[in-house]
Design a protein around this ligand. Structure first.
Ligand SMILES: NC(=O)c1ccc[n+]([C@@H]2O[C@H](COP(=O)([O-])OP(=O)(O)OC[C@H]3O[C@@H](n4cnc5c(N)ncnc54)[C@H](OP(=O)(O)O)[C@@H]3O)[C@@H](O)[C@H]2O)c1
Length: 234
C-alpha cells in the first residue's frame, strides 16, 4: 500500500527536499505552506503524478489556523507526520539581549507551535504511526561545551523534551517519535541567507533523513538521531 506523509513547512529548504524524496520513493505527500507563501516549487514536486501530491496551508504560530487546517485534511490519516517548520531567530542569539518579542517568536515558531499542532493532529496519524520533529545537534545538552546560540538551542531542546512528552503520554497509540538532526545543510537558514558556508548540500541530507524515517517508522521508539541514523546524546 502507498505510504503517506504530511510535511509541515514544505515549500522551500529541507521541507521541499523531503517532499521530493518521499514523492520519488512512491509515497503520497501532503506538504504545507504558510498562507502568503509561493508553493509553486512544492506543486512542481508532484508533476509526474499529481494525485500523490497536495498542498495545504498552516502557519504554526496561529492557533486560529488549526481548525481550518484540520478541516482541509478531512478524513486523511498519515503514516508519518513531519514537523519541519523553524526559524533561526534573532541574529545575536543572546537571551540577555533578546526582546520579549524575539523570545516569544522563536519559542512559538520552533517549539510551542509545532507541539500544539502535533497534539491536534494525533487523530490524523495512523495507529502505530510516526511523528518526526526537525531538531538539531544544537539541542543536545550533552555535547554543548561551547555555549552560545542560546535562542535556537533553547527552542530545539524544548522541542525534543515536549516531543518526548507526547510519546510518553500517548503510549496507547503505539506511536514512534523521532527528533532528527538533518546535518548542517545549505538552505537559507543553514547559510544564514548566503553569508556563511554550510557543511553539506540538500540532497544527501534529505536522502539520509528519509532513510532514517523509513528505518525507524513504526518501531514505537522515541529517538534522537542524525541524518546518518547515528544516535545523539540528549
Ligand atoms: N539548514 C540547517 O543546517 C538545519 C540544521 C538543523 C536543523 N534545521 C531545521 O530544519 C528545519 C528547516 O530548516 P531549513 O534549513 O530548510 O530553513 P529554511 O529554508 O529557512 O526553511 C524554513 C521553513 O520553515 C517554514 N516556517 C517558518 N516559520 C513558520 C511558521 N510560523 N509556520 C509554518 N512554517 C514556518 C518556512 O516557511 P516560509 O517560507 O513561509 O518562511 C520554511 O518552509 C528548521 O526547523 C530548522 O531549524 C536546519
Amino acid at each position: 500500500m502507498t505510504k503517506s506523509i504530511l510535511i509541515v513547512a514544505a515549500e522551500r529548504g529541507l521541507g521541499l527536499g523531503l517532499a521530493q524524496q518521499f514523492f520519488d520513493r512512491g509515497w503520497s505527500v501532503v506538504g504545507t505552506a504558510r498562507p502568503a507563501a509561493d508553493a509553486a516549487d512544492l506543486e512542481g514536486v508532484g508533476a509526474a503524478d499529481p494525485a500523490r501530491l497536495s498542498v495545504a496551508t498552516i502557519d504554526v504560530t496561529q492557533a486560529d489556523a488549526i481548525a481550518p487546517f484540520l478541516a482541509e485534511l478531512g478524513e486523511r490519516r498519515f503514516d508519518v507526520i513531519y514537523f519541519n517548520a523553524g526559524i533561526w531567530g534573532a541574529a545575536h542569539q543572546s537571551v540577555a539581549q533578546a526582546s520579549n518579542a524575539e523570545l516569544a517568536e522563536i519559542m512559538l515558531t520552533n517549539t510551542f507551535g509545532p507541539i500544539r499542532l502535533a497534539h491536534r493532529l494525533l487523530d490524523h496519524l495512523t495507529l502505530g504511526g510516526t511523528y518526526c520533529f526537525m531538531s538539531s545537534h544544537r539541542a543536545s545538552i550533552a555535547i554543548n561545551f561551547e555555549g552560545g546560540l542560546e535562542l535556537y538551542r533553547a527552542s530545539k531542546v524544548a522541542l525534543n523534551m515536549l516531543a518526548r512528552g507526547l510519546w510518553a503520554t500517548n503510549r496507547e497509540r503505539a506511536m514512534t517519535v523521532l527528533s532528527i538532526h538533518p546535518g548542517w545543510v545549505s538552505t537559507a537558514m543553514g547559510t544564514l541567507d548566503g553569508t556563511v558556508e554550510a557543511e553539506m548540500e540538500l540532497e544527501p541530507s534529505v536522502r539520509g533523513v528519509a532513510d532514517v524515517v523509513e528505518r525507524h517508522m513504526g518501531s514505537g521508539d522515541n529517538l534522537y538521531l542524525d541524518w546518518r541514523g547515528e544516535k545523539l546524546d540528549w
